[in-house]
Design a binder for this molecule. Structure first.
Ligand code: ZN
Length: 242
């Protein structure tokens, strides 16, 4: 499987980076994990808007779903040129019902995921973990049977990440705060907490994402590495992992 980072900024986009948007692909099957602000623009640098089989949204904060509306409109426009425009499933949780229902549009359809059930999409098997965040939010453990990616979405520190992320090949972590900051209050993690979880869960690689709009991001890497011996990468547009 191949992961491409399309958006990685926390809260709102920067002049050079979209918010949470990740493209996961295998054998011609493509899914998006979240579709934040600027995410559809970035996606089109790599794929056509019609070249998607599913979208999964972690929660309904704007920086994770801002371009869902935009995608729905894009598919409507594309339908004028396509002989048969398929309906794109967009998976979300149902705990915020009006937001869940808004995932349905002319060429998209809301589909539920449930924490205790494995979702099978093409070559991917996905399990969900409720995160520690001010609104209901779910992280994901995605495997193709060979490799495993864990995406924390938005989460403050919680120990349940350790068994959930055990031995993952890639741990995409919310790292919105520097060591020593009170990330917990905002529902996000610090670099130190990410490093600790990565070490305890024995993950093989860490990708720091949902990055802050201030400070020196290299410092996040150093702070995570102080807790964890594996490879730590900083998310950026176009970062790929296979
Ligand atoms: Zn959030």
């Amino acid at each position: 499987m191949k992961l491409t980072v399309l958006g990685y900024m926390g809260g709102y986009p920067s002049s050079t980076g979209a918010t949470s948007t990740y493209l996961l692909e295998k054998d011609g099957y493509s899914i998006l994990l979240d579709l934040g602000s600027g995410g559809l623009l970035t996606f089109q640098k790599y794929r056509e808007v019609t070249d998607l089989q599913a979208v999964i949204v972690s929660h309904y904060h704007t920086d994770h779903i801002a371009d869902i509306d935009v995608l729905q409109h894009a598919l409507l426009v594309q339908s004028y040129f396509q002989e048969e425009q398929p309906i794109l499933p967009i998976y979300g949780h149902t705990e915020t019902l009006d937001a869940y229902e808004s995932l349905t549009h002319k060429y998209t359809k809301s589909e539920p995921y449930i924490e205790r059930e494995t979702l099978n999409l093409g070559p991917f098997f996905i399990r969900f973990l409720k995160t520690n965040h001010p609104v209901p939010c779910y992280g994901m453990r995605i495997t193709d049977g060979k490799q495993t990616v864990v995406y924390t979405a938005d989460s403050a520190y919680q120990s349940s990440w350790i068994p959930f992320s055990r031995d993952a090949d890639l741990f995409i972590a919310d790292c919105n705060f520097y060591k020593g900051q009170a990330g917990n209050e905002a529902g996000h993690m610090t670099s130190q907490e990410v490093g600790y979880l990565a070490s305890e869960a024995n993950v093989k690689n860490v990708l720091l994402s949902h990055l802050p709009h201030y400070g020196n991001h290299q410092q996040l890497i150093e702070e995570a590495k102080a807790e964890y011996d594996g490879s730590v990468y900083l998310a950026c547009e176009g970062f790929t992992w296979t």
